[in-house]
Design a protein around this ligand. Structure first.
Ligand code: 8X3
Length: 253
């Protein structure tokens, strides 16, 4: 049960990877975590583990996002943190043969869905007078690579939304923190990208010396949120030591 002493933190895409790890880190930091994602079984288990709240929510669905905002407003604590983590990559085809259904999905999730959740929860974040919105973008928001156009375009757009939002919120008590991770070995990012092809997904980080873990990124989330409220980390680019730049990746131990 939520208690009045614990502030609330909403994490989207909380069913796995960076989202689940961020939920755990924020719960350890004293937040009542509202874990939002499509897969009810995963977030129900996570919420039970963290003494938090699970809300089944597809961020591309306006009704479900409105219901998420209603649930949060019905909890006793005040909403201080929103981690916009839901997103992802679909496909790795060149521009000339890209599947536009994939591009459409990436736009609707990474960009439109992020706006929808942000707009729905912003009044509560403002009301707390100490809100923080964390946007999990990617180094794909700042660079491009072959086959990645649909994803890099969506992530470039998402970071533009983050920057614009920071401008628009100037003077109101809500920080906008962008965290842009490079190579993170999560169980599902590549599996989603390759539409469930586990063999192809397993090869993505094959031989990479040591990619980031979801927990490494979650640590950045927690750290940026826990800084004093007047400190705003505009953008934190975090890569593994083995990745000096998008295409400069060290293999082997
Ligand atoms: C994931 C990083 O390099 O696979 O956001 O696009 S990359």
């Amino acid at each position: 049960m939520a208690d009045t002493n614990r502030p609330l933190a909403v994490v989207t895409g909380a069913s796995s990877g960076i989202g689940a790890a961020s939920a755990r880190q924020l719960a350890a930091a004293g937040y009542h975590v509202v874990a939002a994602a499509r897969r009810a079984d995963r977030i129900t288990a996570l919420a039970a583990e963290l003494d938090g709240t699970a809300v089944t929510c597809d961020i591309t669905d306006a009704t479900q996002v409105a219901a998420l905002a209603d649930t949060v407003s019905g909890l006793p604590g005040e909403l201080r943190v929103l981690v916009n983590n839901a997103g992802g990559a679909y496909g790795l085809e060149p521009v000339e043969s890209a599947d536009l259904a994939d591009w459409d999905t990436m736009w609707r999730v990474n960009v439109v869905g992020t706006q929808r959740v942000t707009a729905a929860l912003l009044p509560q974040l403002v009301a707390s007078r100490r809100g923080t919105i964390v946007m999990i973008t990617s180094t794909a928001a700042y660079g491009v690579y072959e086959g990645g156009a649909g994803y890099t375009a969506a992530k470039h757009a998402e970071q533009a939304v983050a920057e614009t939002l920071r401008l628009e919120l100037a003077g109101r008590p809500v920080r906008v923190v962008e965290i842009a991770p490079g190579m993170v070995a999560t169980e599902e990012f590549s599996l989603t990208r390759f539409h469930g092809d586990a063999d192809r997904a397993a090869k993505v980080y094959d031989g990479v010396a040591e990619p980031l873990t979801a927990d490494d990124v979650a640590e950045c989330v927690r750290w940026s949120v826990e800084l004093p409220q007047h400190v705003n980390i505009d953008r934190l680019v975090v890569r593994p030591l083995a990745q000096a730049a998008q295409h400069k990746v060290i293999k082997g131990k």
